[in-house]
Design a binder for this molecule. Structure first.
Ligand SMILES: [Cu+2]
Length: 466
């Protein structure tokens, strides 16, 4: 589990090189070439599709504490396709754990290239963080073990290998990781079939319905939306309040979510869990890696009606909620949702510029270079700035942070940027200030752009909490 596992011949590929390799692989029918073994195909989500949609896939819960990345074939609705998947499921199985649990997941790499598993949003010790330096070689394995030390939230897991992250995620490797705790239990939020994890991304398919990845240096944007790996999905719902746990799992696309009826979402949480109180929001712009915790009320919709989740940036229909069953739901959301301890009084300020499509502070990521050191346990102000080539969704490993201000560009903070965050969206000409404190572990962590093509091209920095 160190850099020596990587092939000595593995040098930084320029972006064009990576793109060219991707295309070549695709022409060669490449996805099986990236994986060694085919594991079981994903079952359809419950019945045949209709002319207007396909049933939303809901990944199974991870029950075996074993995760394997391998080539697989899954059903996107209109057609099946070779993909890369965790345990044969796209998205991967949903991991659920409670605060105070200890997690130990035995990972096996059945790809033909190195990979790691990064637990995005989870505060874990360095050896469990899936750092590119800790690549798991093809055919190898590694047990990721860590205690759950944080509050209830929805995080996610995905590969983080050196320069190969974008391709592995685009071909299907990503899954939800949901943490619960007693504070959240006390709210009695919608659960079971009324709590829907939704991994939203874009993709491309060839004429046969085979998944393609066509990267560009500006960041990949596909032509087809997917929710939980389903094209044109619908889900049957009751006349009740639903909790949507939403992840922007796209490589490079920013979505602006809205409901087709014009109704507001009730925003209750984001990356780091519940907000202090709920807010009604009409539309929500969110970048790669960010999460949203939303309530949607179907109690006023007649049976037979439907509500569309849409993306205002593209005009796409993302997911159709078909109100199929009348029930009585008297759920009332409490006014106060949670308590947030606000970080204050930073002892120092660090500036980071996100330059072009591959650099932070003028430097391309180097696997073995430590770019800066951060003292344990003190509040710091980090200032993220970009001149262009945005969006840059900036992500920090090892701690959650609190967004303080945005100047330039959109010039304001949004309700879904309150509370605890681990990823914040930077649009062109924006400067965003955060407060952050590393008070759980010392060790090596990463700061990077979560547009995966920027990340792979080098918009990433190592830092060490000392
Ligand atoms: Cu970027």
């Amino acid at each position: 589990m160190n850099a020596t596992i990587l092939s000595p011949n593995l040098t930084r590929r320029g972006f064009l090189g990576a793109g060219a390799l991707g295309s070549g692989l695709l022409l060669a029918g490449s996805i099986p070439a990236l994986g060694r073994a085919t594991v079981s195909a994903q079952p359809t989500a419950g019945g045949a599709g209709t002319a207007t949609g396909y049933p939303l896939y809901l990944p199974p819960a991870l029950t075996t504490a074993a995760l394997t990345a391998a080539a697989a074939t899954v059903d996107f609705g209109p057609a099946t396709s070779p993909v890369l998947a965790y345990n044969g499921s796209l998205p991967g199985p949903t991991v659920r754990a409670r605060r105070g649990d200890s997690v130990s997941i035995a990972f096996t790499n059945r790809l033909t290239e190195p990979t790691t598993v990064h637990w995005h949003g989870m505060v874990v010790p360095t050896p469990a963080d899936g750092n590119p330096r800790d690549a798991v070689a093809p055919g190898g394995g590694y047990t990721y073990a860590f205690p759950i030390v944080q509050r209830a939230c929805m995080n996610w897991y995905h590969p983080h290998p050196h320069m190969l992250t974008a391709e592995q995620v685009a071909y299907g490797l990503a899954g939800a990781f949901i943490v619960n705790d007693a504070d959240e239990d006390a709210l009695g939020l919608p659960s079971g079939s009324r709590e829907l994890p939704l991994v939203i991304r874009d993709a491309d398919f060839d004429r046969n319905g085979t998944l393609l990845y066509k990267p560009t240096s500006t960041g990949y944007e596909g032509k087809v939306p997917l929710v939980n790996g389903t094209r044109a999905p619908y889900v049957n719902v009751q006349t009740a309040v639903y909790r949507l746990r939403v992840l922007n799992g796209a490589n490079g696309r920013v979505f602006r979510l809205a409901l087709g009826t014009g109704a507001a979402f009730t925003l209750i949480g984001n990356d780091g869990g519940l907000l202090e109180r709920a807010t009604q929001v009409g539309s929500i712009e969110f970048g790669n890696g960010e999460r949203l915790d939303l309530l949607v009320d179907f109690r006023g919709v007649p049976v037979g009606g439907s509500v569309m989740l849409t993306d205002l940036n593209t005009g796409w229909d993302l997911l159709e909620f078909r109100v199929a069953t009348a029930v009585t739901d008297t759920y009332v959301l409490p006014t106060a949702l949670s308590t947030i301890t606000h970080l204050t009084n930073p002892v120092r300020t660090r500036d980071f510029t996100f330059d072009g499509m591959s650099k932070i502070n003028g430097q391309i990521y180097s696997l073995n270079r430590i770019d800066f050191q951060v003292p344990f346990g003190q509040v710091e102000r980090w200032r993220f700035k970009t001149g262009g080539n945005a969006p840059h969704p900036v992500h920090v490993h090892g701690a959650s942070f609190q967004v303080q201000s945005r100047t330039g560009g959109r010039g304001m903070l949004f309700p879904w940027e309150a509370g605890w965050k681990d990823t914040v969206l930077l649009q062109d000409r924006e400067t965003v200030e955060i407060l952050i404190r590393f008070d759980t572990y010392r060790g090596l962590y990463l700061l990077h752009c979560h547009k995966l093509e920027h990340e792979d091209a080098g918009m990433m920095a190592n830092f060490e909490v000392i």
